[in-house]
Design a binder for this molecule. Structure first.
Ligand code: BG6
Ligand code: MG
Length: 218
């Protein structure tokens, strides 16, 4: 199975936006008098905006009707967009740009596969808007991770078969989505959370073409 494409999750793999999601969700939780901690924030990684709100409401044992939920999700997003509008290229996680450039130079295609509807704004802010061969994000996907849809769409956009793709993911739901798509998955982060991934590294600064090719042969 030669590797022809690498598909990257965005939040937590290329940039650390989890801190901004947390600040915005925390503001909403405080407003609703729900005790929401950084520990709880782990559960929101890789999960869609509405599913995140549902988790927070469940933590606070709060029930809201759909129209109010829409209103609060939009309000949280307004605050979140405020943070990410101020992001700069300095916020690209170590090793990301170097690894992606190495892949491109070797003729391996690169794509984004993210649940976020804010993907276009984030990649523009960090100066990566012309880097990827394809972008599959929350604006084109209907079924959230662990459904494989986002990665299947990314592979189709690239014209590469799933078995020739490798996914880089920092969330348990994302690892499952990649495996459900029939792709190899490299977990970025903790062994406890990403145990189903084929291999786990602490960050893209630990990746290079040579290491990727070894996985290909394994
Ligand atoms: C994922 C994040 O990438 O995108 C989640 O890991 C987030 O935490 C999801 O909820 C949706 O993001 P957005 O920007 O569309 O609200
Ligand atoms: Mg992520």
């Amino acid at each position: 199975m030669p590797i022809k494409a690498c598909i990257f999750d965005l939040d937590g793999v290329i940039v650390d936006t989890a801190k901004y999601h947390f600040l915005a969700w925390k503001r909403l939780a405080d407003m609703l008098k729900i005790n929401f901690t950084e520990n709880d924030n782990e559960r929101l990684k890789g999960v869609s905006r509405m599913a995140s709100l549902n988790i927070i409401l469940e933590i606070g044992n709060v029930t809201l009707d759909e129209s109010l939920k829409e209103k609060y999700a939009t309000l949280k997003n307004t605050w979140y967009v405020d943070y990410i509008s101020r992001m700069t290229p300095a916020e690209i996680l170590p090793g990301s740009l170097e690894f992606i450039t190495e892949l491109k130079n070797a003729g391996i295609k690169v794509a984004l596969g993210s649940a976020s509807k804010n993907t276009p704004l984030i990649i523009k802010q960090v100066g990566m808007d012309n880097l990827f061969d394809a972008v599959a994000d929350g604006n084109v996907v209907r079924n959230a991770k662990p459904d494989p849809e986002v990665f299947i769409i990314a592979a189709k956009m690239l014209g590469v078969l799933p078995e020739n793709c490798v996914v880089f993911e920092d969330a348990a739901a994302g690892v499952e989505a990649a495996l459900n798509a029939g792709m190899l998955c490299i977990g970025i982060g903790s062994k406890q959370i990403l145990k189903k991934a084929n291999i786990i590294v602490s960050g893209l600064d630990k990746m290079n073409l040579k290491r990727l090719m070894k996985i290909d042969k394994a």
